[in-house]
Design a protein around this ligand. Structure first.
Ligand code: BG6
Length: 475
């Protein structure tokens, strides 16, 4: 029976744009996250034409981690973190994205941040692109629809690989690259790829082109990274929401299979270094004349990833709708699953699904896995005694860790670590809210921007501290 190794990377995860704030400090440029306004469970976040006065842009301040990180890292160390996943804001290093020379002040910030982590033996786990590409690359180049962006990204990747070659071992290229499988979602296209669909354009085709360039960029980055430091471990990052068939009706099962293929072909390319047959046939049937060269295919084959980083929050379900093409449209083809309950934000909580996906990844790709996001977004209340009793969050995490351990101990999955999402409260990516909280540490900031940013340890802080101290034995 396997077990969690003594080097298991317990930790927590965040992304630069959701907590750093300091959006214009030390030469930082405007990122796609900086032009996104606040929304809520019923209203999508707006995307404005540049930064316009009079709007609420919650990422501009975040939780001011840029200035407060020593205090926050100290709290992570107190919980016993072995790892801390964050991203490097591309716009701190290359403010517009297309410069040739990096911004030294931005590089220095991450030097200091990583030093602070290493001081406590906390390994930084770094995502290169986490929903924060330079906005200039959107306005001037159309985002990832443009092949030129591959070189801009590689310049960024090479710069940070070289600079942090002795400080960072675990890297990931593109956060949740497969969100854009839902090509109807303006949010997914913009945050993944800086895409804004123009009238008359086929969003699905544009998405396939952009995703191809990103996958080529990822494969080239893997190769460059390995030359800089052969000990680097460079992974992909997949948003894993398994799509179950609603019933055992064969047509439902077939539909769910195509739905899985549609959401996870990105992982096929990252891990196998080639496109799956069904997708090549689909693109042919659609008459998509994509710019995919023979050289690109060689790069994809040569730059496969070392591990699968993935997020897991919820599961989906789908059913047959009579279409023989099986075409899966995430906006319209999902149905509620009567066997699981949903969070206040409608996310279907399913801890058993975590064990299922760990097995699914293992059987498909036979690579080590790293759960780099998992968590429960919920409203928290500071009680009269100044405490936050977040038992619902503890229950969610406990249930998931139990399933995670089964996947390792009973099913033999090779798991590198577990970094629950939003280990300190931060701005929600999907809604821009502060009230959708995930943290072990409460931050006094409200949706309207008020609050003194003070940090409070929640009940889950002490619970997770014990989990780490016992390597997951005491839950
Ligand atoms: C993932 C992202 O989609 O889920 C994070 O990688 C995000 O950036 C997290 O914050 C939780 O989603 P949300 O919308 O609740 O913030």
């Amino acid at each position: 029976m396997g077990q969690l190794g003594k080097d298991f990377l317990w930790g927590g995860a965040v992304a630069a744009h959701q907590l750093e704030g300091a959006w214009q400090v030390d030469g930082k440029g405007i990122s796609v996250a900086d032009v996104m306004t606040a929304g809520d469970v019923n209203h999508q976040r707006g995307i404005t034409d540049g930064v316009q006065p009079g709007n609420n842009y919650p990422n501009h301040e975040g939780i001011d981690f840029y200035h407060r990180y020593p205090e926050d890292i100290k709290l992570f160390a107190e919980m016993g973190f072995k790892s801390f996943r964050t991203s490097i804001a591309w716009t701190r290093i290359f403010p517009n994205g297309d410069e040739t020379q990096p911004n030294e002040a931005g590089l220095k910030f991450y030097d200091d941040l990583f030093e602070e982590c290493l001081k406590y033996d906390i390994q930084p786990v770094i995502t290169l692109s986490h929903f924060e590409m330079p906005y200039h690359l959107v306005t001037e180049y159309g985002g990832w629809r443009n092949r030129k962006v591959i070189d801009f990204f590689l310049n960024f990747a090479e710069t940070v690989f070289k600079r942090y070659r002795n400080k960072v071992k675990y890297w990931m290229t593109f956060n949740e690259i497969n969100n854009q499988a839902n090509y109807h979602s303006q949010f997914a296209l913009f945050t993944n790829s800086g895409l804004q669909i123009q009238p008359g354009e086929d969003a699905e085709k544009v998405m396939y082109q952009a995703a191809h360039y990103e996958l080529v960029a990822s494969a080239k980055a893997v190769q460059i990274g390995k030359q800089i430091n052969p000990d680097f471990k460079i992974g992909c990052m997949i948003a894993m929401c398994p799509i179950y068939p609603l019933t055992a009706k064969p047509e439902d099962v077939l539909k769910a299979e195509r739905a899985m293929q549609t959401r996870y072909w990105f992982a096929d390319v990252h891990c196998h270094g080639r496109y799956p047959e069904w997708l090549l046939q689909y693109q042919k049937n659609q008459h998509y004349d994509l710019d995919i060269t023979a050289d690109d295919l060689k790069e994809l084959a040569a730059g496969t990833v070392d591990y699968i980083g993935f997020s897991y929050y919820m599961s989906f379900a789908t059913k047959d709708n009579g279409e023989t093409t099986l075409h899966y449209d995430e906006e319209h083809d999902l149905v509620p699953n009567p066997y699981v309950k949903a969070s206040e934000w409608g996310w279907q909580v399913d801890s058993v699904g975590l064990r299922y996906v760990m097995n699914w990844f293992n059987d498909h790709y036979h690579l080590p896995e790293f759960i780099v996001e998992n968590g429960f977004g919920a409203v928290d209340h500071v009680e009269a005694d100044g405490q936050v009793h977040d038992s619902n969050r503890i229950n969610y995490l406990r249930d998931h860790i139990i399933q995670m351990k089964k996947a390792v101990e009973i099913d033999g999955v090779d798991l590198i670590g577990y970094t629950p999402w939003g280990c300190i409260d931060l701005v929600s990516a999907g809604t821009g809210q502060m009230s959708k909280r995930y943290g072990f540490i409460y931050v006094d900031k409200q949706d309207d921007g008020t609050g003194n940013l003070a940090r409070i340890k929640k009940d889950s802080f002490y619970w997770y501290q014990k989990v780490i101290a016992t390597n997951g034995d005491v839950l």
